[in-house]
Every structure is written in structure tokens, then in C-alpha cells.
Design a binder for this molecule. Structure first.
Ligand code: NAG
Ligand code: NAG
Ligand code: NAG
Ligand code: NAG
Length: 342
């Protein structure tokens, strides 16, 4: 995907974003939960744990479970509380649901690794009960998650810094989807998301990246990209390869903090003045923020006059390639074409 991008600046942003993701992955690896403390020693005898295994370095692996009942009954066993476990692994299982309070009354984790559970459709709202203050990373990639309950389950985890939900079957991002103030990165690419609800991300004070690429997004609600804080980071909303042709008038709500919006490879044909001028004005004021709209089929006519007349905005916007293959930045007003057939 990257090699198709034309602009070095975009490369830079996307690469920065990828490095950031890798960084999180590395720091997310967890060992014992304190000096000399191996909570694995709080596990019940191995036979009571079957089909799960308590490994060293505070890991519990349940990749051999075949149904929900088994999983629940393991965590109802007699664990002694010796602190927070590092990682839970449950990958490539046929499990369909993560039931309420799955980890029982005692066990807590910092990291949940649940990739490639190809039948997993539902995460109950209280699935991660008990992990509110401990869970900092969740991997649920390449499952079959359809139910929007996952957003409720996750919003309760106040220490969460990263959630990987890419390659699932989610169809929408609901209103107020996330409320986690520590969350730095949300990965939702390669789902079947068609809409983004209002104020979906506005409480994410630590956010650096929301990746919604390769979905089917065409419907964006007012305030979808509103951020209700001022941040020293410049968060990026990445929506490459969706079906966005237009944004609603109040897509960004009240502008409080600069951000990067990547709308490359969508269905934009023009940039409405009433939506994008306030945004570019704000970026100019703060001298920060950027709008990427590469690989859209722009038709540059009088509707883009406002932009041609205010060349200083181009500092905050990627190339806009018009119907004649030229960059809008190089246009004069009288060169704007006729797009009335669109
Ligand atoms: C899972 O089951 C297989 C086959 O019985 C066994 O070889 C493997 O060690 C088990 N893995 C875990 C983590 O329990
Ligand atoms: C649970 O484990 C503790 C510590 O190993 C032990 O003292 C206690 O008797 C066990 N309780 C049950 C119900 O097995
Ligand atoms: C999950 O699936 C992906 C893609 O098929 C694969 O690359 C990865 O190694 C798998 N992970 C596990 C833990 O099986
Ligand atoms: C673009 O998104 C569509 C729909 O989600 C997907 O099928 C396609 O593979 C994506 N294209 C690329 C290059 O990722």
C-alpha cells in the first residue's frame, strides 16, 4: 500500500505512525509484575488449570480451549492473589463469545492476546470486568467481531493504551465509542465499518493515532472528529481507502487542538469552503495540523476558488490533483474548470 503513495510527506506521517505502533508493541511486552514476584505461583495446580497452562513470567495460555464454559471454569478455580499477571494468550481457538466476567474474581492481566479467533463474534460488555485498572494492551486482530459491545467493554479499561481491532467484521463506530483517557492508539482498519458516530473519540486525551483505513465509511456524523481537549501531540485520524465523498458541516465540532486527517483514496471531488476553510484557518493559527486528500478524483471549479485565493492554506494540505492532472496549488482563479456535469 505504501509504495503507491506519491507524497514523501505522507510517507513520513504513515511511517511515523507505524514506528509508533511498533514501539507500543515492544513496550507492551510484560514480564513479572514486580521485582521477584511471579504471580504464576498463585495459580491452582496444573490439572485444575487444564486446558489452560500457567507459564513462567506471569503468563497464562488458553489457546487449547474449545468452548466458553471451559474458559470460565478455569478462572473460577482457586487462584491466590499474588499480584497482576502479565499476559493472557488465547489465539486460534473456536471460541465464539467472551462471556461476562470471564477472568473471575481474582485474576487480572496487563495484556490480552486474543488474535486469530476466527469464530469470535461477541465480546460481552462486562467481559473484562476486574481488569479496569490493569489492562493496558488488547490484541483482538483477525477475529470475527461484529457486536458493538466491544466498545463498551473497552471503554471501562481506564489504563488501556492500545487496542488492536483490525481485521474484524465491525460495521460502525458508535457515538462516544471510546472514553479511555490513556488510550494512545486505536486500530480499526480492515473492518466493514460504514459510519462513524458523534463524539466517538472526543475524550481520548492521550490519543496519537486512530486508524480506520480500508473500511466502507461513507457516513460521518456531526462531531465525529471532535476532540474535547488541547493536546501537545498532534493526533492522526487515518481513513485511507474508504468511501467518503463529503463531510457534514460540523464534522470537527469546536476546534480545540490541531490534528492530522488522512482522507487519501476516498471519493472526494471538491473541498467545501464552509467545512474546510475553518479547519485550515485553525491549522494556520496554530501552525500545526494537516489535511491529506491524495488519490481522490477532484474536479476543480469555482467551488475551489476560496482555496486558490488563499495559497497560504496549502502549507497545511497535501497535493490536490485536478481533472487536468495539475496541482490546484498552481492554478489561478481563471483556470478553474467547469464541473457542472458532476
Ligand atoms: C495444546 O494441545 C497440544 C496437543 O494436545 C499440546 O501439544 C500443546 O502443548 C498444548 N498447548 C498448550 C499451551 O496447552
Ligand atoms: C485455595 O488455595 C489456598 C492456598 O493455596 C488454600 O489454603 C485453600 O485451602 C484453597 N481453597 C480451596 C477451596 O481449595
Ligand atoms: C494470526 O494470523 C496471521 C495472519 O494469518 C498470522 O500472520 C499470525 O502469525 C497469526 N498469529 C497467531 C498467533 O497464530
Ligand atoms: C480498500 O478497501 C476495500 C474495502 O474495505 C478492501 O476490500 C480493499 O482490499 C482495500 N484496498 C487496499 C489496497 O487495501
Amino acid at each position: 500500500m505504501l509504495q503507491h503513495m506519491k507524497m514523501p510527506r505522507t510517507h513520513f506521517v504513515i511511517l511515523a505512525v507505524l514506528c509508533f505502533a511498533v514501539d507500543i508493541n515492544d513496550s507492551g511486552k510484560v514480564g513479572p509484575s514486580g521485582p521477584g514476584v511471579y504471580p504464576t505461583s498463585g495459580c491452582p495446580p496444573p490439572v485444575a488449570m487444564l486446558p489452560c497452562v500457567c507459564g513462567g513470567f506471569s503468563i497464562i495460555t488458553c489457546s487449547n480451549v474449545t468452548d466458553e464454559k471451559q474458559l470460565v471454569s478455569v478462572f473460577q478455580q482457586n487462584f491466590t492473589d499474588k499480584g497482576v499477571f502479565g499476559s493472557f494468550f488465547m489465539e486460534n481457538t473456536p471460541i465464539k463469545t467472551i462471556p461476562s466476567k470471564v477472568f473471575g474474581p481474582v485474576v487480572r492481566f496487563r495484556e490480552l492476546n486474543m488474535d486469530n479467533n476466527s469464530m469470535l463474534e461477541i465480546i460481552e460488555e462486562d467481559a473484562f470486568s476486574g481488569l479496569e485498572e490493569t489492562a493496558n494492551a488488547i490484541y483482538l486482530r483477525n477475529c470475527n467481531i461484529k457486536s458493538a459491545n466491544i466498545f463498551k467493554a473497552v471503554s471501562k479499561l481506564i489504563s488501556l493504551t492500545v487496542i488492536h481491532l483490525n481485521d474484524n467484521q465491525l460495521t460502525s463506530v458508535p457515538n462516544h465509542a471510546f472514553e479511555n483517557q490513556e488510550l494512545k492508539a486505536v486500530f480499526l482498519q480492515n473492518n466493514r465499518i460504514t459510519s462513524i458516530g458523534g463524539r466517538a473519540f472526543e475524550e481520548l486525551r492521550s490519543i496519537v493515532q486512530v486508524d480506520l483505513s480500508n473500511n466502507l465509511i461513507s457516513e460521518i456524523t456531526d462531531n465525529a472528529f471532535h476532540l474535547n481537549f488541547e493536546s501537545s501531540d498532534i493526533p492522526a485520524f487515518v481513513l485511507i481507502n474508504n468511501s467518503i465523498s463529503d463531510l457534514p458541516l460540523h464534522a470537527f465540532g469546536e476546534l480545540k487542538t490541531p490534528f492530522i486527517l488522512v482522507l487519501n483514496r476516498n471519493r472526494m471531488t471538491s473541498l467545501k469552503q464552509e467545512i474546510f476553510e475553518p479547519l485550515l484557518q485553525f491549522f494556520s493559527q496554530k501552525n500545526a495540523g494537516h489535511l491529506y486528500v491524495e488519490e481522490n478524483s477532484f474536479c476543480c471549479d469555482y467551488r475551489m476558488k476560496w482555496l486558490v485565493e488563499q495559497k497560504s492554506y496549502f502549507k497545511y494540505i497535501s497535493h490536490i490533483i485536478c481533472q487536468d492532472g495539475r496541482n490546484l496549488k498552481d492554478y489561478t482563479v481563471d483556470q478553474l474548470g467547469d464541473c457542472s456535469s458532476l
